[in-house]
Design a binder for this molecule. Sequence first.
Ligand code: PRP
Length: 214
Amino acid sequence: MRYLTFALGKGRLASKTLEMFEKIGITCEEMKDKDTRKLIFVNEELKLRFFLAKGPDVPTYVEYGAADIGIVGKDTILEEGRNIYEVLDLGFGKCRMCVCGPQSAEELLKHHELIRVATKYPKIAKDYFYNTKHQTVEIIKLNGSIELAPIVGLSEVIVDIVETGSTLRENGLNVLEEVCPLSARMVVNQVSMKMEQERISKLIDNLRTVLTEA
Ligand code: PRP
């Protein structure tokens, strides 16, 4: 039996994933050590390997087959646009991709003004404004703290993730439009899905059972 390799998005997604995997009997003790600098973890008994990667790199590892399976946010899947199968909504990491800004920007959106949109997700923002709303905008790519942009006058609105809404509230911004709901998803390499169909389907079925019981 060959190893099945999992790429997990670093951080909260990874720990939530491991919690869920434990419920179906998949454990990886050495991965729980928070201080470890190790990059790859093995469960010899089950012939599984796990590694942690930056979220946006997970679909890349999976598309190229360096990982058979990935756990990553829907935002990253949409933004990266890789050739991979999305097979399961894991139900955690729930949040929303939204257009946000000061209340005054609502009028600009309504009248399809040529506004500037700051975002970490240019592909999602472009798709939303051009293909869904048919509004021409200027997209400005940023790498973090997106909420700053409308405050300091870099853009009129932002496209960003909203979870609790507290970042927006504390900065005097509002959700103006919802782009799409988000959560953690399982993705699979297209060749692995055929070659390891039995093991992967069983894994998906077991996770589905846990999800329906929750
Ligand atoms: C994300 C997102 C928002 C915030 C939303 O940022 O970009 O800024 O979380 O969460 P809330 O609605 O619960 O306040 P993250 O902390 O990942 O960092 P970043 O701003 O550097 O992207």
